[in-house]
Design a protein around this ligand. Structure first.
Ligand code: NAP
Ligand code: GDD
Length: 326
């Protein structure tokens, strides 16, 4: 069988790095698109440096021609559009830039596909943040959206333009509505990693408190490694569609703290401070997904539960800090 080629935008991010691992294991040739910067930022894919089947190319979701050129040069079978401004608080500080990357960037890639090769299969990284002020619980593919941040609004646009290009031009355009997913490779500003890294620092005597925002917000947290497998499974279906990917369990940030501090034998109440500085202008109070459709149609199920995920992250942070000599 001919070796398949996949293009990943956002390969330097958490999901991009796990997806590259996964696709390389499946025998794919992987093209990773990165934007130009004055210093390289390849920590999450450093372990793939010597892998011949992985090639890094420069391109930017802000630059239409760069996308068209990459598609023409590499002619991928599958495109995974993971690049985005993905941190919700930044979307209030840079709402226009967030719209350019996270919303219009999707149209730029879809148009590039339409022009170069409409047979390319396209995955859009949609988000449970689109459900925002939730209209029903749990949330599924038919739950109406009510985004609560410029990021969420931009993702709603990305989701609908994906469906629109599917319906207007018969593109193989798939949208994965993924609930929060985490790992030791998660950015340090997201709450799970902020907490597990904070726990490790406190345990090793490097800090004596952890300042967070709203402790009552609830999320459906899964493991990123499981979620990139779902992305690939979607694109193996001949009929393009939308899928919710979630664990079906929800926990508060407070419970996350309790579990993470327990991993090292500490009580979170002795260290966690709720600081209004980290509160958001509008909050998403509760997310919990119903992934029944993904289970039935893709045969997808999560393999790592909340407690195991948090333990994995705390242990990885302890190892990192010890390797740094602490
Ligand atoms: P992430 O770690 O923040 O990675 C984002 C990636 O996008 C980085 O590689 C970044 O490159 C790249 N990027 C940003 N702007 C770009 C541009 N203009 N052109 C090219 N690349 C650009 O995000 P993630 O957690 O892996 O999430 C992947 C995708 O899934 C995102 O679209 C996110 O919104 C979405 N999503 C994530 C979750 C989750 O829980 N993780 C849930 C639902 C949806 P640099 O390294 O250069 O910054
Ligand atoms: N980041 C952060 N830092 N969040 C905090 C803090 C804090 O100090 N304290 C409380 N929280 C609360 C936030 O208010 C939010 O309700 C919740 O923790 C989760 O925040 P994040 O981890 O930043 O993730 P998110 O849910 O806003 O967004 C992530 O998940 C989305 C999917 O639902 C991102 O990965 C998005 O890109 C993704 O689409």
């Amino acid at each position: 069988m001919k070796q398949k080629t996949a293009l990943i935008t956002g390969i330097t991010g958490q999901d991009g790095s796990y997806l590259a691992d996964f696709l390389l294991e499946q025998g794919y040739r992987v093209i990773g698109m990165v934007r130009r910067s004055s210093t390289v930022n390849f920590d999450r894919i450093a372990h793939l440096q010597e892998v011949e089947a992985l090639e890094i190319v420069q391109g930017d979701l802000l630059d239409q021609m760069s996308l068209i050129d990459i598609l023409r040069e590499y002619n991928p079978d599958e495109v995974y559009n993971l690049a985005a401004q993905s941190f919700v608080p930044t979307s209030w500080r840079q709402p226009v830039l967030t719209g350019e990357f996270t919303a219009l960037g999707v149209t730029r890639m879809l148009d590039a596909i339409r022009i170069v090769n409409p047979n390319i299969r396209f995955y859009q990284a949609s988000s449970s943040e689109m459900f925002g002020k939730v209209r029903e619980t749990p949330q599924n593919e038919n739950t109406p959206f009510y985004p609560r941040s410029p990021y969420g609004v931009a993702k709603v646009y990305g989701h609908w333009i994906t469906i629109n290009y599917r319906e207007s031009y018969n593109l193989f355009a798939y949208s994965g509505i993924l609930f929060n997913h985490e790992s030791p490779r998660r950015g340090l500003e997201f709450v799970t990693h902020k907490v597990t890294y904070g726990v490790a620092r406190i345990k090793l005597g490097l800090a004596d408190e952890l300042r967070l925002g709203n402790l009552e917000a609830r999320r459906d947290w899964g493991y990123a490694g499981d979620y990139v497998r779902a992305m690939w499974l979607m694109l193996q279906q001949d009929k393009p569609d939308d899928y919710v990917i979630a664990t079906g369990e929800t926990h508060s940030v407070r419970r996350l703290c309790e579990v993470a501090f327990n991993c090292v034998g500490l009580n979170y109440e002795d260290y966690v401070v709720s600081d209004p500085k980290f509160y958001r202008p509008a909050e998403v109070d509760l997310l919990v997904g119903d992934a029944t459709k993904a289970g039935e149609k893709l045969g997808w199920e999560p393999t790592i539960n909340f407690a195991a995920l948090i333990q994995m992250m705390v242990e990885a942070d302890m190892v990192t800090l010890r390797e740094e000599g602490h």
